[in-house]
Design a protein around this ligand. Sequence first.
Ligand code: F6R
Length: 569
Amino acid sequence: MCGICGYIGSSNGVKEVVRGLKILEYRGYDSCGVAFVENGKIDIVKTVGEVDNLKKLTKNMSANVVIGHTRWATHGGVNERNAHPHLSTSGKLAMVHNGIIENYKELKEEFNLNSLSNTDSEVFLNLIDCEKGTLINKVINASKKVQGTFAVLVLGSDGEMVLGKCESPLYLSKVENEVYIASDVLALKGENYFALNDHEFASVKNRKIIFYNKNGEKITKKSEKIEKNSDFSKIFYKTHMESEILETKDVLNKTLKKYKEENIFQNIKLPKKLNSISLIACGTAYHASLMGAEFFKKVGVDARAYLASEFRYGRELLNKNTLYIFVSQSGETADTIASAKMVKERNLPMLALTNMENCLLNRICENVLPTFAGREIAVASTKAYSCQVWSLYLFSLILANKSLPKEDFVKNFAFVNYDDKLVKEVASYKKVFFVGRDLDYITAMEASLKLKEISYINCFAIASGELKHGTLALIDSDAVVIAICTQEKIKSKLKSNLEEIKARGGKVIVVSQFDDFKDFSCVKLSKFDELFMPIVSVIPMQFLALKICELFGYNPDKPRNLAKSVTVE
Ligand code: F6R
């Protein structure tokens, strides 16, 4: 959440930073801004809305030392005033911040900070400005007083930049005499990058980078190779979301191929005696984890999925014979990271299932099972979800000592779209329910999340067997029920549930590979191994959400109140 960018060099830094912010827009897009130094004075340009607005505003501006930010509001409303960069009361420092300072009210009182300091970020900035010494000392000292999370980039009116982090990500790269700073390696230029660890800092002055630890001592850091994802600029469709759904088949194949070629499963460290698996994640990744738990149970390994936001405060009895799998597309999600740190502190077996090679979660877990879904830009996760489910399915085969499927396994998997008439029909209902049993209930949860997050329809998923325990009261002619049925053993049970819905005037649409639902509107799926069907059946559900969103005139790539990586609690 929130993207930070910085540039020091001889090119036009305003342009470079705006370019970087555009790439980081997936981290937040409610407001943005840049700050730069001109003749010893800091200038700031900010705007509400997307980076394209900032691009227009700054098109004739030029500077060599620039910081920028694209915001996802946490403290303080969405307006130009609360947009970053902020200027300190003295006018000597500007700062961009990603994270949350939890004790900002206490700090404001304790240090008598100016009443203009409204947001947590402004309090942090003015706290830095009040500290004594060089800019690096000021930032290090102030960061010891704050509680919460931060990645900060501070610009002094003399052109020095200082950056530091705790939990939120921050990276740098150097290309000859130019220094790039960003919240994501993707927005950097060059071949190599430096990753700041928590409580590490850097000062960049006269294009020279010096790294420091939390005690203010100079440290050396090794650079790592940037693996840029070439998929990023490959948009053939109107929206990233559409293009990403359509990439599913390719990325499943790529993931399988990589697992085979690079012996990835063989390199995973398992507990000496594997008794159970706990999967911990948020949102869509949690749904993939629920699916994974079912796969593991089917091969005889006890497994359970947890919401990371609950797990981190729960009373789970952790033990050394459990493998803790943290599932996250971004590898940055605050609750998942906090849960992983909790397990790491106890030195227990852990594994990161992530889609981002350089992410924080991989650094924490060390033991990594990557997905190769490629960069996912649309906020709503689609191809990455399918890849997570696929990965967990393949992992369950490995645990059962079975061989991985042949590489052309997914070749025949036909994409099923939603016909436009059905889309319009669903969109016309006041109440939308998704139902299913067993694995299909998990797909129903994911379908419901997808629809609500981009179309803002109030909908929910329910295990179809639960309908008669209360929810049937809501079924009438204002309700449409989308039923997913891909598992033979629950077919007849589901059918009777659907009859009950029909009898109460509810509209029923069935998504299935079976021919048994002729009395209802149907979306026909291609036939596969039943354990693979969750990947087949989720595609039309993703398309349904996308099409309804577009029908309502919303942008599916940038839904309201959401960001691609949720780095705050
Ligand atoms: C929904 C969605 C979110 C994420 C969740 C976890 O489409 O994308 O629910 O799945 O915020 O994100 P990651 O997987 O990055 O940990």
